[in-house]
Ligand binder design. Sequence first.
Ligand code: AMP
Ligand code: MG
Length: 408
Amino acid sequence: MHPMQRESPYPMVAIEQARQIIQQHTPSPAAEEVAALAADGRILAEDVVAAAPVPDMPKSAVDGYALRAADGLAPRRVLAEITAGGTQGASIGPGEAARIMTGAPLPAGADAVVMVEQTSEEGGVVSIQHAPQPGQSVHPVGQDIAQAALVLPRGAAIGPAEVGLLATLGRTRVLAYRRPRVAVLATGDEVYEPDTAPPPGGIRDSNRYTLMAAVRAAGAEPISLGIARDDRATQRAAILAGLAQADVLLTSGGVSMGTHDLIKPLLAELGTVHFGRVAFKPGKPTMFATVGGQPVFGLPGYPVSSLVSFEVFVRPMLRRMQGDPVPGRPHVSVLLAEHIQASPDRPEYQRAVVSFEQGRLVARSTGGQGSSRLLSMRGANALLVVPPRDGGYAPGQQLLALLTGPLA
Ligand code: AMP
Ligand code: MG
């Protein structure tokens, strides 16, 4: 067994420095062709241009009568009925009109449509109440999408509207960025599967399942590597298995100062450790390494530290790898609704609830901020960035918050 170390051999890096180091080692996003109409949640990897205008011919915007505006208020002889999906039908001459339905093509000769509510028809003749303007209730060619328009630029997030636009353009296949595969390994002799009854002192593995859910929420694909005992050969084999299947590896636990914390020396042996400690709370022992260019995060064992470190360091990388041009969460300025305790020496990300009250964003703590109290993450929609300070921050003071969910 190794002796207890008193001091970590790894220098402490600042949050910003850690972010830069991670960014330098972030793999470039890779594009793949996917089924466009189920690609919501992905980022487009190509510019999508309209091959044809929408609509492709002038169409009626309402149910009514297609006619010539120049005929003014004069009654018109009704020649035909044009339905959506039908053909343009007869050509409309002076003193003539055609019944027309919403979305039906405007017949030749007509330049306006009068809605049915403003007409009366008797004996094949339609009378109108107001003189129409040219172009009235007509959707001209290209009104919704102009020919050759750049409809969706590369880097656009595909959501419901984008899926609709791709469908409109007939784009059933599209280039989108690949979802990174992220292997997640739990470590610890005391850690057991959630569906078991651990022996006295044992705990159920929450980190692996939390991290896999966070990976999915970040748009990436988690791969479970199970739980590795605190044994060098076991953890080494699990790390190598993870790297073989995934783009990124996350480990939980085994990165602190205990004699059974083996992750850092193992990664130093297998690859390069870029940082081994970060000056922040919670999650000081967070480490980042690459093995053959593949990123590996050694996240702390404490459940809150593990999830906060994921938010602050891992998630932006996973978003960048998916081509997201805005990979970070939004930072907003919030007003403290209550006193916030600060750490005297390290910036702290505190779990908070931010709500919109009387025109301002207001933050409240989720309660006890201990690293093992996963309940402090429950219901949080923000990480309050609390700079180090003796005594903390008074109600009414402003701090920055990282919004991790919708406003409360
Ligand atoms: P470690 O970083 O391995 O020293 O673990 C720090 C603390 O986190 C210990 O109290 C562990 O029992 C706890 N812990 C480690 N792994 C997990 C896990 N997968 N789920 C929940 N708690 C864990
Ligand atoms: Mg451990």
